[in-house]
Ligand binder design. Structure first.
Ligand SMILES: Nc1nc2c(c(=O)[nH]1)N[C@H]1C(S)=C(S)[C@@H](COP(=O)(O)O)O[C@H]1N2
Ligand SMILES: [Mo]
Length: 323
């Protein structure tokens, strides 16, 4: 995100003691146990294919495309979208594909709590079974000034809100990424960040048609580096709102403090709606580089989704909607 970390004591990851090797004798024991259990499971029922063993949702894709969500630009190369990533849990550089593979996608439990009728946990495959899956072509605009177009698979966020049954007074939803220092080098060594990564929306935003939960891409399960097994896509907002690796969804009356708001309050806010006329404090937001094309093109208000979302903000005054 191009934030300069002011801490002089920040040290490169390569110099940090690999504490999982030093302290984690229990980790080694757990590893041995896991192999034994996998052996038993394998004897009982062999998985249909290696892909399904790795991700039991593989058989769900591809899903039917929803023709209401198309883009006025070509879909970006799958190779680009799946190799040029922002995922600070796995490093601050763009190529985090290799470290991200350490993330275990099963079991994956999502906690739904706060102001709901009854808090509950649901495992990823149970959630997938209950949600209406579809494919949408979405634009993505990073606050850093680059963009792409991707075919995401998933379900409308409002379907999840309905499943959660928020109480009448709830106004905000907070999303949190997994927290596991044994898996995430960022959470282990970049300790000045306010982990776990946190994002939020209003329930009105969540109920908008465009707000989408992503579980797949390019007709397949979502790659780990893109936020598997569950991420958000809010394409009218800067990319950092589209939180990856979601494990907790909390309903409240208070507005969450988000990861980037806490990290850089003078540069990043809660709303973060795309607006080419409101500059980032350190660069212009007027144009964007469309990944893979070599072109810079003008950025659009609400990233082109103004007809669907602008009315959400009609009543909001005196607040910084565009950073
Ligand atoms: N948990 C988590 N979610 C995250 C981020 C992150 O660092 N951690 N980066 C955000 C940013 S800045 C962008 S642009 C998008 C990038 O998504 P992509 O890698 O699928 O393109 O993820 C967003 N979601
Ligand atoms: Mo971003």
């Amino acid at each position: 995100m191009l934030i300069k970390n002011p801490q002089g004591w920040e040290i490169p990851e390569s110099l940090v003691t690999p504490e999982d090797l030093v302290f984690n004798r229990r980790g080694i024991l757990r590893g041995a146990g896991a192999i034994a259990i996998a052996g038993l499971a394998g004897a009982a029922s062999l998985p249909a294919s290696a892909a399904e063993a790795a991700d039991p949702s593989a058989k769900l894709y591809p899903v039917k495309r929803n023709a209401s969500f198309t883009a006025d630009r070509p879909i970006s190369d799958e190779r680009i979208v799946t190799t040029y990533n922002n995922y600070y849990e796995f490093g601050e550089r763009k190529n985090i594909v290799a470290p991200a593979q350490k993330l275990n996608l099963r079991p994956w439990e999502i906690t739904i709590d706060g102001m709901v009728e009854k808090p509950f946990k649901i495992d990823m495959d149970g959630l997938l079974a209950r949600m209406p899956l579809e494919e949408r072509i979405y634009r993505h605009r990073c606050v850093e000034g680059w963009s792409f177009v991707a075919p995401w698979s998933g379900f409308p966020l409002k379907a999840l809100v309905d499943l959660a049954k928020p109480q009448a007074g709830a106004t905000y939803i907070t999303f949190k990424t997994f927290l596991d220092r044994t898996v995430s080098p960022g959470q282990r060594t970049q300790i000045f960040y306010p982990w776990a990564y946190t994002e939020g929306v209003t329930i009105a935003e969540a109920r908008n048609d465009v707000a989408f939960m992503v579980t797949g891409a390019y007709g397949k399960p979502l790659p780990k580096q893109n936020g598997a097994p569950l991420r958000l896509a809010l394409p009218w907002k800067y990319g950092f709102k589209s939180i990856k690796g979601i494990q907790r969804i909390t309903f409240s009356t208070t507005r969450p403090k988000t990861f980037w708001e806490v990290t850089g309050p003078s540069e990043y806010g809660f709303w973060a709606n795309v607006n080419p006329e409101v500059d980032h404090p350190r660069w212009s937001q007027a144009t964007e580089e469309v990944l893979g094309t070599g072109n810079r093109v003008p950025t659009k208000l609400y990233n082109g989704y103004a007809p669907q979302v602008a009315s959400l903000y009609a009543g909001i005054k005196g607040q910084q909607l565009f950073r």
